[in-house]
Design a protein around this ligand. Structure first.
Ligand SMILES: *[C@@H]1O[C@H](CO)[C@@H](O)[C@H](O)[C@H]1NC(C)=O
Length: 795
């Protein structure tokens, strides 16, 4: 535990049956929860920095100083539903921060007090105290907001110590033996805004407690059983009757009421003439028959009556009498929910009802049929009933000329537009049709001024072409239907909120945002998006409207197909513009080809591309060949890289260009003027040096042809050299030689020229580099006697 030092974490340790949840947040808050773990003692090893400790629903029967002594930061201690019998508030004397203590539902009988604790919330309700557990010291708890008490004896004197406190809420649970010795005035010193009294369960209400003396604005009474032994419910009735005097009282709530129909009506009638404005009953069981007495509606302060969860074991009672009592009530707001009510009649005259909530009953389409007296009604909820035909509801609404909000969700409503009656009340602004069986046809008949329309969870496959123009519609919820596309806003020009998640939208129209200019928020997640080119535009538009507008973005927006991208978030789905736009693709290819052609043409004309190509070609061939010739063979007997033959007219080119360019790369060149052996015939010399050289270079020019070539023709003819392969020959064409100027008996030269197997000396200086590199590559080879730098004749 001491290793806990991260700012925020959460983990669970399971030690046998004990599960401990520790939650640390914000550094200063540490919550430890060990509920339902059969603990018999407060665990010893709790983190010392615990601020909230929940040990409820265990078997702890003792609480000692040592249990909580070290928890100096403890603010909240929850120990309800344990087995504590004795409480010494002094155990908390070192827990200076403790402000919330819940010890309800224990077996506490005795409490001993300690002066310096200052709780905000102290719950001692549902215990076994005899007298109320109120110490003198409680009078010091100036911060107290909630006080839960229980006792079988409630006496004015015992409440005295806290009379001067102003507690927001007091819960008073009366023990099972309450009522034997009763002090009717005991509540008068409890000073609270809200008082909740829980009477003993299952016992008939025969108490003389005067609830009217309370100062509370809000009074809640639980466990009221009456009208059985005491047919007239006289005790409870007289308690309610006294409330007439209490002008402060505004809210009255009754919980867990078990009575007869007659007593219920009587209670209603009594409350009708008290100052109570808001009356609420929940969990009521009604029995017996009803005597049809008339109800006196006059002079009431009541504004709202709410009744939740009613069961009745009587089936053949005069329903119309009961409905009549309800529907003719002269109050503004009436809720009747969770009953098995089948019908509700129309008020017999113009009704002041503004708000009617009949959620969760068994009402049918007949409800308020042809009812012209609900002229003030603004809100009507018929949620979760048995409504079936929308036509009937439309008829019903037609008479409710003030109706603004209608909730008929969670019924089984269908609509067939065959009858062509569409008489919705014009006043309707909010219509909830969710969770019904409606199809797209419902769009043919909707209230013309509706602003908020909820159609989620129906059976809408598409929105028809011809729909009611809903120019005021701002919010449309069509989630959980089977729509294939987003609706356009042609008919809904004011649409600003669209919810269309959980539908079948696979490729939403990209022009949605154009059509729906006023859209502020769209929720379109969890649709089976098909991630193809069409979706690109939509995603782009989604991206442009900001994240606030697109609800659930990016998490609930994923590709569903094609299979290869299934599950990819739409956010990460990209398709290049090229692959999606055919025109663009064709244009791009065309332009690329044009540019390439232009470059080729440009190179051809400006840089003599063919010359370069030939050079490159020769280069590669040379490389290729060089690799094939065994080195050893070359090294044997060779002394020179190249033998150069040229005409005297070209000697300046040879000396100034050729030699420097070859020799700078350690290429050994043999020239006849340097190396020819005097005394031997020219042809003999030529033959000798050609054999000692790796290559023979001939510098061709018109002069050369005229003066020198004859020697070679002779030599070539003699040695048949060309037939072994002309690999050793390199012809450099220094100046162009017109074909006609070659004498006709120079066959070999003619063939060589025709095959263009020569290197052309380029006139442009820029090409010289490549020319020399090419030439050097052709003749560069490792020779045997590298050390020898001078070239001389051997043998
Ligand atoms: C419509 O009713 C359902 C419950 O049936 C509720 O969840 C939803 O919020 C209501 N819609 C509107 C717009 O009030």
């Amino acid at each position: 535990m001491t290793k806990i030092n991260s700012i925020s974490f959460y983990f669970i340790i399971v030690l046998g049956l004990i599960s401990i949840k520790i939650q640390l947040s914000g550094g200063s808050e540490l919550t430890v929860k060990i509920p339902r773990a059969n603990l018999t003692h407060v665990p010893k090893d709790l983190p010392l920095t615990t601020t909230t400790l929940d040990l409820s629903q265990n078997n702890i029967s003792e609480l000692q100083t040592s249990d909580v002594l070290l928890l100096s930061k403890l603010r909240v201690l929850m120990m309800s539903y344990n087995r504590l019998q004795y409480l010494d508030i002094g155990v908390f004397k070192f827990n200076m921060e403790l402000e919330y203590l819940d010890l309800s539902h224990n077996e506490l009988r005795v409490i001993s007090c300690y002066p310096t604790v200052n709780f905000k919330h102290l719950d001692l309700s549902f215990n076994a105290f005899d007298a109320l557990p109120i110490c003198k010291e409680f009078g010091n708890m100036s911060q107290l907001k909630f006080l839960g008490l229980s006792g079988s004896k409630v006496q004015s004197s015992s409440v005295q110590p806290i009379a001067h406190l102003n507690i927001s809420k007091v819960l008073l649970v009366l023990g099972d033996t309450y009522g034997e010795v009763e002090d009717p005035e005991s509540l008068q010193h409890i000073s609270t805004g809200s008082l909740h009294i829980v009477f003993p369960e299952k016992r008939e209400f025969r108490f003389i407690l005067d609830v009217s003396v309370t100062m509370a604005i809000s009074l809640e009474l639980s466990n009221i059983k009456c009208g059985f032994e005491d047919k007239e419910c006289s005790y409870f009735s007289s308690a309610l009757f006294k409330l007439r005097k209490n002008l402060r009282l505004s809210n009255l709530t009754l919980n867990n009421v078990e009575t007869t129909w007659n007593s219920f009506i009587k209670v209603l009638q009594l409350v009708w003439h008290t100052p109570v404005k808001y009356f609420s009953i929940s969990n009521m069981k009604l029995q017996d028959q009803v005597d049809q007495r008339s109800f006196n509606y006059s002079g009431t302060s009541l504004k709202a009556l709410s009744i939740y969860q009613v069961v009745s074991n009587v089936f053949n009672f005069p329903q119309h009498y009961i409905y009549g009592i309800f529907s003719n009530m002269n109050i503004q707001s009436f809720t009747l929910s969770g009953t098995h009510m089948l019908h509700m009649t129309c008020p017999s005259q113009a009704s002041p009802f503004l708000y009617l909530d009949f959620t969760d009953n068994l009402l049918t389409d007949m409800v308020f049929e042809d009812c012209r007296n609900l002229i003030n009604l603004k809100t009507l909820s018929l949620q979760k009933n048995q409504l079936k035909k929308l036509e009937n509801i439309i008829f019903m609404s037609a008479e409710m000329t003030s109706l603004q909000k209608l909730d008929i969700s969670q019924n089984s409503i269908r609509y067939s537009d065959e009858e062509n009656v569409c008489s919705w009340t014009e006043s309707l602004l909010v219509l909830n049709l969710s969770s019904n069986m409606l199809t797209g046809s419902v769009f043919r008949c909707l209230p013309p001024k509706v602003k908020v329309l909820d159609l989620h969870n129906n059976r809408i496959k598409s929105i028809p072409q011809k729909v009611t123009k809903l120019e005021a519609l701002q919010e449309l919820n069509v989630a959980s239907n089977s729509l294939m596309d987003l609706p356009g806003c042609g008919a809904f020009s004011s649409l600003s909120v669209l919810v269309i998640e959980h539908n079948s939208v696979s490729h939403p129209s990209a022009d949605f945002f154009q059509s729906c200019q006023k859209i502020r928020s769209i929720t379109a997640g969890n649709n089976p998006f098909q991630c193809t080119c069409e979706l690109r535009e939509f995603v782009k538009n989604l991206g442009q409207v900001s994240g606030e507008v697109v609800e659930g973005w990016p998490d609930s927006y994923t590709c569903d197909s094609p299979e290869s991208v299934k599950g990819t978030p739409l956010q990460d789905f990209h398709m290049s513009p090229l692959s999606c736009d055919t025109v663009l693709l064709i244009v791009t290819i065309g332009v690329t080809l044009l540019v390439l052609a232009a470059i080729v043409a440009f190179l051809y004309y400006c840089f003599d591309l063919p010359w370069y190509l030939r050079m490159m070609c020769q280069w590669t061939q040379t490389r290729h060949r060089a690799r094939k010739i065994p080195i050893e063979e070359l090294q044997r007997n060779l002394q020179f890289h190249a033998f150069v033959s040229y005409s005297g007219h070209d000697s300046s080119w040879v000396k100034n260009e050729l030699l420097p360019n070859l020799e700078k790369d350690d290429i050994r060149v043999c020239l006849h003027e340097r190396h020819f052996i005097p005394g031997k015939s020219i042809v003999e010399n030529i033959i000798h040096f050609i054999e000692k050289s790796y290559k023979s270079i001939f510098v061709l020019s018109p002069h050369f042809i005229q003066s020198e070539w004859c020697h070679y023709e002779l030599y070539f003819a003699h040695h048949n050299l060309f037939h072994k392969g002309s690999d050793n020959l390199i012809l450099i064409l220094l100046e162009p030689i017109p074909q006609y100027s070659i004498p006709s008996n120079y066959h070999k030269l003619k063939t060589l020229m025709a095959r263009r197997t020569y290197l052309e000396w380029p006139v442009e200086k820029s090409k010289h580099g490549l020319f020399w590199a090419n030439l050097r590559a052709t003749i560069k080879v490792k020779l045997g006697n590298q050390a020898e730098t001078t070239c001389h004749l051997q043998g």
